[in-house]
Write a protein that binds this ligand. Structure first.
Ligand code: SAM
Length: 272
């Protein structure tokens, strides 16, 4: 038995190890890493993707939280000068510590499902240094990321991610491709930060606030959910029908609502 096979998967770290060579090959084809590129793998685990990522000739940083796996990965890859281990929690990792050039970092990961949403938000806060991201996620999360307005999947995650990135749902992966098999289906998604934001908000934090408030009670009308922030007249002034539900609004409409709030905030500041 190899050293890798002796590791018992830890549930608290969301460990479901990919063993399907066909899926690994499709992921590598989607990433298409080239010599000299900067890659960052989050949660390399037992190295299912790591060896192939290194074979591309790219520079590879990895972040792994599990000390036992860190030891195994170092044993396997540390003699390769293109490999660099960062032991710790990806949610706390400072991506600028890698000194990446703008839009250079290619992020890859079969992510632990319990931290995937906060991790994506943490990465988006550093979107300026990221060229693209390829993630294995719960299929349901990928459907929310790639959703369009009008359906039940459209919500805070879709809007805030699509504000920053182009989203491509590449392909689905069944539970049998992992060991142990997860209880849910998975999918591979590509997120590519926009070079120029298609719908820039005056204040990004106000966009987050409007979207959070609106979807807090997604069955209610906007007039109701947003009443602490905007009056009916202010909502209508943005060209938005206040009797709609939040899931019926596209990103551009949410940005208009956020900009209306920014305008109010600046009027209040100049009046005081
Ligand atoms: N990439 C491997 C594969 O495809 O087989 C492992 C994937 S497994 C779903 C998730 C990996 O992320 C595990 O190795 C786990 O230890 C690691 N991990 C979990 N939480 C983490 C965190 N907060 N920061 C960094 N790595 C983490």
């Amino acid at each position: 038995m190899s050293e890798n096979n002796q590791h018992r998967a830890r549930k608290r770290f969301g460990q479901n190890f990919l063993h399907d060579a066909g899926v690994i090959h499709r992921i590598m084809r989607a990433i298409h890493a080239q010599p000299g590129e900067r890659l960052l793998e989050i949660g390399p685990g037992q190295g299912a993707l790591t060896g192939d990522l290194l074979s591309s000739g790219a520079q590879l940083d990895v972040i792994e939280i599990d000390r036992d796996l860190v030891a195994m990965l170092n044993h396997q890859f540390a003699n390769n000068p293109a490999f660099h281990m960062n032991q710790g929690d990806a949610l706390k990792f400072d991506f600028n510590s890698l000194n990446p050039a703008p839009r250079s970092l290619r992020v890859v990961g079969n992510l632990p499902y319990n931290i995937s949403t906060p991790l994506i938000f943490h990465l988006l806060a550093n979107a300026g240094v990221i060229r693209d991201m390829h993630f294995m996620l719960q299929k349901e999360v990928v459907e929310r990321l790639a959703a369009t307005p009008g359906g039940g999947d459209w919500g805070r995650l879709s809007i805030m991610v699509q504000y920053h990135c182009r989203v491509e749902h590449l392909f689905n992966v069944g539970p049998g491709s992992f060991n142990p098999p997860p209880k849910v289906d998975s999918a591979i998604v590509r997120l590519t930060p926009h070079e120029v934001l298609p719908c820039p908000a005056k204040d990004h934090r106000l966009l987050e606030r409007v979207v959070r408030e609106a979807f807090n009670q997604r069955r209610k009308t906007l007039r109701n959910t947003l009443k602490a922030l905007l009056s009916s007249a202010e909502i209508e002034a943005c060209g938005v029908d206040g009797s709609l539900r939040p899931e019926q609004l596209d990103l551009a409409a949410f940005v208009r609502l956020a900009d209306q709030l920014s305008q109010q905030a600046s009027q209040q500041t100049s009046a005081s």
